[in-house]
Design a binder for this molecule. Structure first.
Ligand SMILES: [Zn+2]
Length: 276
């Protein structure tokens, strides 16, 4: 930091305050121009390499984000369009069962482009634009090329353990809600009939890396069991489940899951505290 300050003082003395400010604005304007050009659908590799001289890592991250908003792969040399961008911020790895933040990864068409972009970003000098001309040595930037087959899986940021727990809870509520959305209609219920009680119930769950990973039919079964559990505290849910059409619907659902009514009842009993 002191080194930067000394350089700054020196520069200010050399150009005078006004000139320095004018120059700084000029450099920022040019940086924005370069960012603008990085939004072209496919930027030449030479241009990308050259651009590092005129922009900061923050400018580059802006360009990546802008590109993804335009539905272009975030890596400027890649001409691919982004397909449907997942709306969620987190992803559970099926290999490690841990929760990862995919905010950045979502901006790229492939692991390759994500990795190549990260590598490029890391090589952009962190020096403020107006101090760069005082730097003697120019850093040589290298782009990751597609023929390099030794690319390992990119490292996604892992979420810390306390946040993991909150996210596990959120994922569970999200999964259950999306299952319930299709179930509640035929049962003549609405999501708002169940959401408060469901949230309270989920709060009591003890999550681990493995018990939040389920296949879709399993989530459906969990949702049905929890609805029956809720019926012991909620008259609205109890009434809805007792209707003939609901009984038929649940039976059909269980059949599709390869289960009998007895299975459901025993699962519900496991989850309801014994009544005295
Ligand atoms: Zn790409």
């Amino acid at each position: 930091r002191s080194k930067t300050l000394t350089a700054e003082e020196e520069a200010r003395r050399r150009f005078g305050r006004k000139d320095a400010l004018r120059e700084q604005l000029e450099l920022e304007r040019r940086a924005l121009e370069v960012v603008e050009q990085l939004l072209e659908s496919s930027v030449a590799e030479d241009f990308l390499l050259e651009s590092a001289k005129f922009i900061t890592p923050a400018n580059y991250r802006d360009a990546v984000e802008e590109r993804s908003i335009l539905k272009l792969c975030g890596y400027p040399t890649c001409p691919k369009q982004l397909g449907k961008i997942p709306s969620q911020q987190f992803k559970i790895s099926t290999k490690t069962n841990r929760v990862y933040d995919i905010t950045e990864r979502k901006r790229f068409c492939s692991n390759f482009c994500y990795k190549a972009s990260k590598e490029f970003e890391l090589q952009i000098p962190k020096t403020p634009l107006w101090l760069r001309k005082l730097e003697r040595s120019q850093v040589e930037i290298v782009l990751v090329c597609s023929s390099q087959q030794n690319l390992k899986e990119p490292v996604l940021p892992l979420v810390d353990s306390q946040a993991q727990h909150l996210i596990q809870k959120r994922i569970t509520v999200e999964k259950l809600s999306s299952c319930l959305r299709t179930i509640v209609g035929p049962l003549h219920l609405t999501l708002s009939d169940v959401s408060t009680d469901l949230n309270d119930l989920v709060k009591t769950f003890r999550f681990t890396n493995t018990n939040i990973v389920h296949k879709s039919p399993e989530w459906t079964l969990i949702a049905v069991v929890l609805l029956h559990v809720l019926s012991t505290v909620s008259p609205v849910v109890r009434g809805a489940l007792e209707a003939d059409s609901s009984v038929d619907y649940v039976k059909t659902l269980l059949k599709e899951l390869g289960l009998e009514e007895q299975h459901l009842l025993s699962l519900v009993e496991l989850n309801v505290p014994a009544q005295t």
